[in-house]
Ligand binder design. Structure first.
Ligand SMILES: Cc1cc2nc3c(=O)[nH]c(=O)nc-3n(C[C@H](O)[C@H](O)[C@H](O)COP(=O)(O)OP(=O)(O)OC[C@H]3O[C@@H](n4cnc5c(N)ncnc54)[C@H](O)[C@@H]3O)c2cc1C
Length: 280
């Protein structure tokens, strides 16, 4: 038998979390797959299940002038339907899973699953998203890149819940997103590439690039981004070898069922070159 709770509020959910031996279930699209035990057999989630997708404190999308605040239990479909959500946030979400999964999968679940292939992550790293984490005793903000510590690993403690995702609301001149997968739908990324940029007087003012599935966690090179800042488009080719060298150091893919180390490495650097020379 599975012990399960359906708290009516975040406060109640956090009290239940105090017991320590609980598993949070939002959309369940990662949890149920990871813990499946065969047709007709109830998955063993390894603790009492706490349903959180319905909690009012984990809903809500607030797009203000300076920040975008997203409840952790907002579904991907809900985010895609939000008219004020910038297109650069929507771009990776639109290519995740399939319409049915997007109706149940949450942004908080994608973050807390902390897979190197999590498709919201390159976007959240590049946009420098911060997470609001709460327990009964405390609450704190943490940058997504500090929160995720390795493949499937993060700072979340057994008494905590991710409540909200906050993204600085900036105006970018351009964004670019490319997901490389085996199919158009229901394909976990072989790798992915996300970038946003701002330009002034035809020079790069700000550039942020993040790659997923090419290392234990999302890769971003601030050194390369600084090197590119201030350059005109025609000057990029001169620094390209140096820029590539920064990413060469960071890109350390693995062989797995979805792709090979060599393919990921080659395509990641190809996407970088293509973006800088033809898309920016
Ligand atoms: C057919 C299929 C296709 C998929 N395609 C993609 C894809 O293209 N790209 C992609 O990135 N993923 C994909 N996924 C994986 C999954 O759908 C996403 O990662 C999704 O965003 C997970 O959200 P969820 O709400 O279902 O998470 P859940 O399964 O409910 O939870 C995932 C993990 O996060 C924890 N958690 C959830 N919410 C919180 C919270 N608020 N606070 C703390 N911990 C929390 C859970 O305890 C669990 O450990 C796919 C899955 C399936 C089944």
């Amino acid at each position: 038998m599975v012990k399960a709770y359906r708290p009516l509020s975040l406060t109640e959910a956090l009290e239940i979390r105090e017991s320590g031996d609980t598993v949070l279930l939002a959309g369940g699209s990662d949890l149920m797959v990871q813990n499946r035990r065969g047709s007709g057999i109830i998955p063993d989630l390894g603790g009492a299940v706490v349903f959180i997708a319905h909690l009012p404190e984990l809903q809500g999308i607030f797009v203000a002038e300076d920040s975008i605040k997203i409840g952790a239990a907002c579904t991907l479909a809900g985010l895609l339907q939000e008219p004020d959500m910038p297109e650069y946030v929507k771009a990776p979400l639109a290519q995740m899973a399939s319409p049915a999964i997007r109706n149940t999968a949450t942004i908080g679940g994608n973050i807390c699953n902390s897979s190197p292939a999590g498709d919201t992550l390159p976007m959240l790293y590049a946009l420098e998203a911060r997470l609001l984490i709460q327990s009964s005793k405390h609450s704190y903000m943490v940058r997504v890149e500090d929160f995720i510590t390795g493949p499937g690993q993060n700072l979340l403690q057994t008494d905590e819940i991710l409540v909200q995702v906050q993204i600085p609301n900036r105006i970018y001149d351009g964004y670019y997103y490319k997901k490389v997968g085996a199919r158009k739908a229901n394909a976990i990324s072989k790798l992915s590439f996300f970038a946003v940029s701002r330009q002034e007087d035809n020079r790069i003012q700000e550039l942020r690039i993040a790659l997923g599935s090419v290392a234990p966690t999302v890769v971003r090179s601030r050194e390369a981004e600084s090197l590119l800042a201030g350059l005109a488009w025609g000057e990029i080719a001169q620094v390209l070898p140096e820029v590539q060298a920064y990413y060469e150091d960071l890109i350390q893919p693995i062989d797995d069922v979805r792709s090979s180390q060599e393919y990921r490495h080659r395509v990641a650097l190809g996407l970088l070159r293509n973006y800088l020379l033809t898309q920016l």
